[in-house]
Design a binder for this molecule. Structure first.
Ligand code: MN
Length: 238
């Protein structure tokens, strides 16, 4: 499997990212998207094809708006084990920064030909069954451009399409319910990711979830210094 580049870039003694494990057989059709706050914030879009996660870095993230075509840089294959990863890659390591498991699920290939064949052709069509992303998509190589790794991620028009959909309004983990900053601070998982998920209510430093307010006083922005201590004691960070 083509995981040599993945392994060569990482020192598994100093990053929590998984080392490549035993090779898996074909057909699980897992997909995931990780929100990665590295040197530059981006989303990593991954599809399981032939036992590895085929991967693209998408600076603007995926979208449900079919009017947009978001640039996606094809990057090295990742091991299937990476699809469950969330955590913080320490400074000094490749890709240092926090990684949120932003979406996950399965996909169906469309078009009647194997994934590897569609990839080689530079036009992969698939239907996502995720927690945030659903419906038909294509990822298409921009032929004759640059380094040959420049693709476009496109939502097809179907019942799951949402004009003006804002990816950043969904910036919480499907694994732990945490925000990017909570992951970076290594705070524990939330117990209520559904009811705390969303946009403005995820600005946890100023407005923790309403349900918990009775138990944990919301840290005010004026009390920024003792914030971390309060968060660790509060029940909504348990
Ligand atoms: Mn990345």
């Amino acid at each position: 499997m083509a995981l040599e580049e993945y392994a060569a870039k990482r020192k598994f003694g100093s990053t929590p990212e998984p080392a490549p494990g035993p090779t898996r057989g074909p057909g699980a059709n897992y997909f995931c998207v990780q929100r990665h706050d590295a040197t530059r914030l981006h989303y990593d879009f991954r599809l399981e094809i032939d036992g590895v996660l085929k991967s693209w870095a998408v600076p603007k993230g995926p979208t449900l708006d079919p009017a947009l075509k978001h640039f996606a840089a094809h990057v090295e294959d990742h091991p299937v084990e990476y699809g469950g990863f969330e955590g913080t890659i320490p400074a000094g390591n490749y890709g240092a920064g926090s990684v949120m498991l932003w979406d996950r699920g399965t996909f169906d290939l469309l078009g009647g030909t194997p994934g590897a064949e569609q990839l080689a052709r530079g036009d992969l069509k698939f239907r996502l069954h995720g927690e945030k992303l659903n419906g038909d998509f294509a990822i298409v190589l921009m032929k004759g451009r640059g380094k040959g790794n420049e693709w476009l991620l496109i939502k097809k028009r179907d019942s799951f399409a949402v004009p003006d959909w804002d990816v950043e309004a969904h910036a919480y983990s499907v694994l732990s319910g945490r925000t990017q900053e909570e992951i970076a601070r290594n705070l524990p998982a939330r117990q209520t990711k559904r009811e705390t998920a969303g946009a403005s209510d995820r600005v946890w430093a100023t407005s923790p979830p309403a349900k918990r307010r009775a138990k944990a006083a919301p840290p005010s922005s004026a009390a920024a210094a003792p914030l971390k201590k309060k968060l660790q004691k509060s029940t909504w960070a348990a």
